[in-house]
Design a protein around this ligand. Structure first.
Ligand code: CO
Ligand code: ZN
Length: 333
């Protein structure tokens, strides 16, 4: 599994520019799919046909392919690139971070001199690609290009650090579930969604199109297990997190209790997640048409939206197992 986590996290793919990561995922799933297509928003929709004789509504699984990034707004005379955010960024986490442009050109993010660090915001920051002047910079970048963090995945044993764990690790869970699933009564749509980080856009349109009876998102969640962290009962190594609530969704007890029941029965390590801020694709699916049952299996992740997001391999495996068991049950709507 480390191979595929490395491949997916190291691939370029900020919101609205998911072409490269979509191709990488397509390569991984094409042999396992009964049907595969890309819609207008760029969502990759992979069907695994159900085995039940009578037709029921399909199940939609969603993990977002996009990652946060910085968009180039201005190239100055000296060749420095001014930036704006694509998705939720904390400026302080970018100081000294290496970023890569779609051209492959790399650079470092830094800031103007400041009296105090709290004056820091993106307006005072820039990407330095080592260009000597504007003309040279323009060989590597145009206005509107999006750069993403440039960090290799690092294995620490049971734990892994990478950029874009949010939410490539969710994409890995979907791919691994697709490989493992043997007997799914319902049709299952594995949807690798776009533009989650800028307002859960891809999940919104794909859920409308597919009109599933149940939607399950797989995404990262925060943890409360680092020094002086805000109280939160989710920790690395504590198992798959079953979402109870975030800012976008209050999980229907029908879905949450089913997940808990399956985890108990199959002895899958799990924890309950209450996330006070943040949303996922499940929130968009839930509010589609006249309302769709939705839930979320989360991967606990430290340092979310930084260039070094950390997850535990055991949690990832637990999430795969829980997801597979969940979709192997016949679900009537
Ligand atoms: Co995110
Ligand atoms: Zn995410």
């Amino acid at each position: 599994m480390e191979r595929i986590i490395k491949k997916l996290t190291e691939t370029y793919g900020p919101s609205g520019r998911e072409d490269r990561i979509r191709e990488v995922i397509k390569e991984e799933v094409s042999k396992l799919a009964d049907e595969i297509r890309t819609d207008y928003l760029g969502n990759l929709i992979v069907l695994k046909k159900g085995t039940a004789s009578e037709q029921t509504k399909p199940v939609m699984l969603a993990a977002h392919m996009d990652e946060i990034g910085i968009m180039i707004t201005h190239i100055d005379k000296e060749g420095f690139l001014r930036i704006t955010n694509v998705g939720g960024l904390t400026p302080a986490r970018l100081i000294g971070a290496r970023f890569v442009l779609p051209s492959g050109q790399k650079g470092v993010v830094f800031h103007e001199p400041l009296k105090e660090l709290k004056e820091l915001d993106l307006e005072k920051m820039y990407l330095d690609i080592g260009a000597e002047n504007q003309e040279e910079a323009k060989k590597h970048v145009t206005i509107g290009d999006i750069a993403v963090a440039d960090e290799p995945m690092v294995s620490l044993g049971n734990r892994l650090i990478a950029k874009a764990m949010d939410d490539r690790i969710g994409c890995v869970v979907l791919i691994e579930a697709l490989k493992k699933i043997k007997n799914n009564p319902n049709d299952i749509y594995f949807v690798f969604t776009t533009q989650e980080e800028v307002g859960i856009r891809g999940a919104k349109t794909s859920a409308f199109g597919l009109n599933p009876g149940l939607g399950i998102a797989v995404d990262v969640t925060m943890t409360g297990d680092t020094p002086e962290a805000k109280k939160m009962d989710v920790k690395l190594g504590g198992g798959a997190a079953i979402k109870v609530k975030d800012s976008s969704l209050i999980t229907s007890p029908i879905v949450k209790d089913k997940m808990v029941e399956i985890a108990e029965k199959e002895k899958i390590k799990y924890q309950l997640e209450v996330l006070s801020r943040g949303g996922t694709d499940a929130g968009a699916i839930n509010l589609t048409r006249e309302g769709i049952l939705a839930g979320c299996i989360s991967i606990p992740c430290r340092y979310v939206h930084s260039p070094a997001e950390m997850v535990d391999k055991g949690d990832v495996e637990a999430a795969v197992k829980l997801l597979v068991k969940m979709i192997e049950e016949k679900i009537d709507f």
